[in-house]
Design a protein around this ligand. Structure first.
Ligand SMILES: Cc1ncc(COP(=O)(O)O)c(C=O)c1O
Length: 479
């Protein structure tokens, strides 16, 4: 077992204070898990994995079993667990202070991080430039902050009619009210509908299932053999133009719509639609909670599309999967809309805004991300992932295999030639991931889309083990 920065699982860890059975008993008695149906969790026949420790691409359970962390701990981890540089940054800051208020006070880790983030997120060529950083705690709050900035900015500067937001079908921006209003998940959000504000939707640019794609299914990423006239972008542009001077912002997860099923966009979509929004005087908000921090190979997915947003939401990888910290970056123009009268202030914030521990780890993370060795390792990982992913085509129920940088999606279908789905209630994706877990791989599906998103430190041996476990799990479910 090896990983990029550490040759083996070197450390020993103190045993858990509680026995596995006691952890599970207390969990079932008092804990409420996110996105988790209750009855299967409570079923005594179900034995949840209790994570005790982690190292590199590995997770170790309380019972001593080891698992590969196939989705980077829900898309957050970048360099592996217990990275010496990240650990050191955290311990160093802990030796000073864990937290103090950011309301009316400032501190070095936040100031340094804001400066570094500005250099990291901006592109040397493309505009506009992001110059201001607002800190919060997670992806949802980063998006919520961006929405409120844009709405208030217009409202107090002579364009109060700009209240409309447009985003693609299936978009997911988090679970706070504003983020849910922009998101389009009936399964997740239908109960909250009375509280959500109306937003405009356009079709998601999902080539594999696109009604405009005239091409028959092939054994390749559907984006590369599509036969269409880029209708998805044209329809988005039409809707943006229709909204005109009522449009506040076009909101997009550029390149990859994560929770919608790792929908990977055709090249040029983010650029074309962002230009259309700017033409009608509206803002562009990019949610790079998943795609930011080099997950798709460039600092932002936006850089790969030669475009920059006016407002950018970052979270997940910002602390490389260590601590909950998020950032909403904005242009000087947007910041300017809050100047002058004290009543124009942005009345928004959180108790843990700019938590110094999170900021210190994020700084160390940005340092790692800008090292040439990290870049080399990342590129090698993406290449190896591409090679190994070809194996999935051997299975007749694999309909699409798509990849952007370190994100791999394998879509399982009932019928490859018609692209027909399995009935949702059969929960094929979940069953496959359960089998994968038995084979030592932890990942989480999105419906019937299986996801591999290994930490950048994953060695080729480990990557082979991940893809092989997932392949064998598919075979077990669909022999
Ligand atoms: C693109 C995107 N935006 C926002 C969020 C919400 O982030 P969080 O779960 O940290 O609130 C997610 C979570 O998966 C996401 O993928």
């Amino acid at each position: 077992m090896s990983c990029g920065w550490a040759k083996a699982w070197k450390r020993t860890y103190p045993p858990a204070e509680l026995k596995y059975e006691e952890i599970v008993r207390l969990d079932r008695a008092h804990v409420w898990h996110p996105f988790t149906p209750s009855s299967p969790w409570m079923d005594p026949e179900f034995h949840p994995v209790s994570i005790q420790a982690g190292e590199g691409a590995w997770l170790m359970a309380t019972d001593g079993k080891r698992y590969l962390d196939g989705n980077s701990s829900i898309w957050t981890n970048l360099h592996g667990h217990r990275h010496p540089k990240l650990d050191a940054a955290l311990f160093d800051q802990l030796g000073r202070i864990a937290h103090s208020s950011f309301l009316g006070l400032t501190h070095e880790p936040a100031v340094r991080l804001a400066n570094e983030l500005i250099s990291y997120a901006n592109h040397p060529v493309f505009s506009p430039k992001l110059t201001r950083v607002f800190f919060s705690d997670d992806g949802s709050t980063a998006v919520e902050t961006g929405l409120k900035m844009i709405l208030q900015g217009y409202a107090q500067n002579g364009e109060p009619q700009r209240k409309d937001f447009i985003s693609p079908e299936g978009a997911y921006h988090g679970d706070t009210m504003g983020a849910m209003s922009l998101g389009k998940s009936d399964t997740f959000h239908h109960h909250y509908q009375p509280l959500l504000f109306p937003t405009r939707r356009v079709m998601a640019p999902a080539c594999y299932r696109c009604p405009f794609n005239k091409s028959k299914p092939q054994l390749a990423d559907a984006r590369h053999y599509r036969k269409c006239d880029f209708e998805c972008a044209a329809l988005a542009v039409e809707e943006i133009e229709r909204a005109g001077d009522r449009l506040a912002a076009w909101v997009l997860e550029p390149k990859v719509q994560g929770a919608a099923g790792m929908i990977m966009h055709p090249e040029g979509y983010a650029n074309t639609t962002a230009s259309a929004a700017r033409k009608v005087g509206a803002k562009v908000l990019f949610d790079e909670v998943l795609t930011g921090c080099h997950r798709t190979g460039t600092p932002l997915a936006a850089h790969g599309e030669n475009v920059m947003p006016d407002v950018l939401a970052l979270a997940k990888g910002l602390t490389a999967g260590y601590l909950p910290l998020a950032a909403t970056l904005a242009t000087e123009e947007i910041f300017g809309l809050f100047q002058g009268d004290p009543e124009k202030a942005f009345f928004h914030g959180h108790s843990y805004t700019a938590n110094p521990l999170g900021c210190s780890v994020a700084l160390a993370n940005l340092h790692l991300l800008t090292q040439p060795e990290t870049h080399k390792r990342m590129m090698l990982l993406f290449q190896n992932l591409r090679k190994l992913s070809q194996r999935f085509w051997q299975h007749p129920h694999v309909g699409d295999v798509r990849q952007e940088g370190g994100i791999l999606a394998v879509e399982i279908v009932a019928n490859r030639s018609t692209r027909a789905r399995f009935p949702a209630k059969e929960r094929r994706g979940a069953r496959i991931c359960r089998f994968a877990q038995e084979l030592g791989l932890i990942t989480r599906p999105i419906g019937d889309v299986l996801v591999l998103m290994p930490p950048f430190c994953t060695s080729n041996d480990e990557l082979e083990q991940m893809t092989e476990s997932l392949f064998q799990a598919i075979r077990k479910e669909l022999p």
